[in-house]
Design a protein around this ligand. Structure first.
Ligand SMILES: [Zn+2]
Length: 257
């Protein structure tokens, strides 16, 4: 994997947004691999494909690329809010590549993938409708909230300019790929529990540490009266999937970061 963009691809383009698109897309095509199966060949869909930007020729996983120059923000600007929510609910959503690069050196600073199974309603933020004077007045866009995604759902290929070993990328992906087979509601619970565990700084914790945050679950699942049962059930799921170890007497150990 080469950190630098091949600027020869931008020959003939004049608009900066087109140049950015061509350089980021060609970089992904030449350097990225499918984190789901390890295949190095990602085919590009035609421009303006409504579905996705890249297709793995082996496992047929689809990826959409979002790029941002310079600062690495907590929000990724996306398209129409209603389309996004519809896509999440129909499960007809590609995985997301997120590329962050320096506009001075044309080098990649961060490159990560967010698997589609981490997309639940509360990671999508509704933006304010466009003003009356705007060309598309009333149109409502959305942001993807990176900080609302648990660490296990942000799978880095390159982090702060450092390359991550391909084997680790694929292992990290496969650790939580079971989420793809969960129904939306239980997936939502697993993801919330993963987020809470991320917030606990130590490797080991008690059930009480999680129960303390019961209120944040109540906010997200107002119709559920069995929050504690649900939390314990999710901890068992994470144990069965090898993400947690039960130490006995309500003590748990994280097996990954
Ligand atoms: Zn693949």
């Amino acid at each position: 994997m080469n950190l630098k963009f091949d600027v020869s691809f931008s020959t003939g383009y004049t608009s900066s947004s087109q140049i950015a698109r061509v350089l980021t897309e060609s970089w992904v095509k030449q350097n990225a691999f499918c984190p789901s199966c390890g295949n190095d060949e990602l085919n590009q869909f035609n421009n303006n494909s409504p579905v996705a930007d890249f297709l793995c020729t082996t496992c047929k996983s689809e990826y959409e690329l979002k790029s941002k120059k310079d600062s690495f923000s907590k929000r990724i600007v996306d398209g129409a809010y209603s389309t996004m929510i519809e896509r999440i609910n129909s499960e007809n959503n590609p995985h997301f590549f997120f590329l962050n690069y320096s506009s001075k050196t044309f080098e990649v600073s961060n490159f990560l993938v967010i698997p589609k199974h981490y997309f639940i309603d509360n990671i999508i933020e509704k933006r304010k409708p466009l003003s009356l004077t705007a060309r598309r007045s009333g149109w409502i866009g959305c942001n993807i909230l990176l900080h609302s995604i648990p660490n296990s759902g942000k799978i880095f290929f390159i982090k702060n300019g450092e390359l991550i070993n391909k084997k680790i990328v694929i292992e990290t992906w496969s650790k939580t790929s079971f989420l793809a087979n969960q129904k939306k509601e239980s997936r939502g619970w697993t993801i919330e529990v993963l987020k809470i565990i991320d917030k606990i700084p130590s490797k080991e914790f008690n059930l009480a540490d999680i129960y303390m945050l019961e209120d944040s679950f109540k906010e997200k699942f107002p119709n559920n009266n069995f929050i504690k049962d649900k939390i314990r059930q999710q901890l068992q799921v994470l144990r069965d999937k090898g993400l947690l170890q039960f130490k006995g007497n309500g003590r748990y150990k994280k097996l990954s970061d």
